[in-house]
Design a protein around this ligand. Structure first.
Ligand code: ACO
Length: 322
């Protein structure tokens, strides 16, 4: 059975780090409020010359280097983002050019904070169906460019960055002991589109700002995340006691803790980066995977569950063996 196995991972964070206290200068907020309500302590913001595609390329180069592969060893790039540099072409084709990759194909996936899970599922399908041998799957965002800096309920929560994995087709036995992606589960429900959206786009002539009813999104999050993770685990034929690491979307420590509790998994088995990165939307899971490997938490052979929810609402989970 063909499996899509991670053979390299990497990330890129902009140099500029903004601590919570910075926001106290311009907004009626406090470091205590932001930490207590979200778990966020700091985040990175892109500088003027940095874009989603430039950060994505840096993360992709790091993943390629770790796998000792060159850009032309890659058949496809699937880039999850809601903040592409331009309306079109896709950020993925810009990355293709920046990497010097002159063959294959590249496209963006837009499922907001669930984007990386959607991108992994699509890349897995490309590999499983024999359309690609190696796929770069990237999550990259510059949410700082869609922030309303006067809205304290959103602008303190988000950050910029990029992460990438390189997937390669390998033969497995078809059991849950195989390395690679074992199962995926994707969901969306457009009835909830008003809970989290950007009020700009081609219909308005502006790129707009992020608007969120945070407490309403919160209400959906824990239940839907635990449910999609359960579904994916069931498809993979594994249970919570088999899981080495949950690598969740990093939006809010309270959502992460609530979901782990519902899944009956201790926080010692959860990779947490939200304190240092804030919510980087589609970039948060690959960033956490890369940091988890760097910290020595995630090791070859570990069973990993990733789960995410975001605007749409769109949500999903992927089970993989590292
Ligand atoms: N500083 C101080 N006070 C604030 C701030 C701030 N930065 N922001 C809001 N408040 C106030 C509110 O005005 C409100 O005041 P009021 O009671 O006088 O009206 C009070 O704090 C409580 O606000 P809530 O929104 O109810 O606070 P909550 O505990 O829900 O925390 C948060 C807010 C952090 C946004 C939380 O709801 C959350 O994390 N939601 C989910 C976000 C998420 O997961 N999004 C999905 C992914 S993102 C994507 O897809 C792009």
């Amino acid at each position: 059975m063909r499996r899509a196995v991670v053979i390299g991972v990497g990330h890129h964070l902009p140099d500029r780090i903004v601590e919570n206290a910075e926001f106290e200068k311009t907004l009626d907020t406090s470091d205590e409020w932001i930490r207590a309500r979200s778990g966020i302590e700091r985040r990175h913001f892109a500088s003027d010359g940095e874009t989603t595609s430039s950060m994505a390329s840096a993360a992709a180069n790091a993943a390629l280097a770790q796998a000792s592969k060159a850009a032309d060893d890659v058949d496809a790039i699937v880039l999850a983002t809601s903040t592409a540099d331009l309306t079109f072409p896709s950020a993925a084709t810009m990355v293709q050019d920046q990497l010097g990759m002159t063959r294959g194909f590249a496209f963006d996936v837009q499922a907001v904070c669930a984007g990386f899970v959607y991108a992994l599922a699509n890349a897995n399908a490309l590999i499983a169906s024999g359309q690609a041998e190696r796929v770069l799957v990237i999550g990259a965002e510059t949410f700082s460019r869609i922030m309303d800096w006067t809205d304290r309920s959103t602008c303190v929560l988000f950050g910029d960055g990029a992460g990438a994995v390189l997937l390669e087709a390998q033969e497995g036995d078809g059991t849950s002991q195989d390395r690679g992606i074992l199962s995926t589960d994707l969901n969306s429900d457009g009835r909830h589109r008003d809970l989290l959206y950007v009020d700009g786009g081609v219909s308005t002539g502006t790129s707009g700002y992020l608007r969120m009813q945070g407490n309403q999104v919160f209400r959906h999050a824990v239940e839907k995340l635990a449910q999609t993770a359960e579904t994916a685990m069931e498809r993979a034929g594994v249970s919570a006691s088999d899981v080495d690491w949950i690598v969740p979307h990093q939006a809010n420590i309270r959502i992460i803790q609530g979901t782990a509790k519902k899944m009956d998994l201790p926080m010692e088995r959860v990779v947490v980066t939200v304190q240092d990165h804030g919510n980087t939307s589609a970039a948060s899971i690959p960033l956490a995977l890369s940091v988890g490997v760097e910290r020595g938490q995630i090791k070859r052979g570990d069973l990993i569950v990733t789960e995410a929810i975001g605007g749409g609402l769109a949500w999903g989970a992927v089970v993989m063996r590292w």
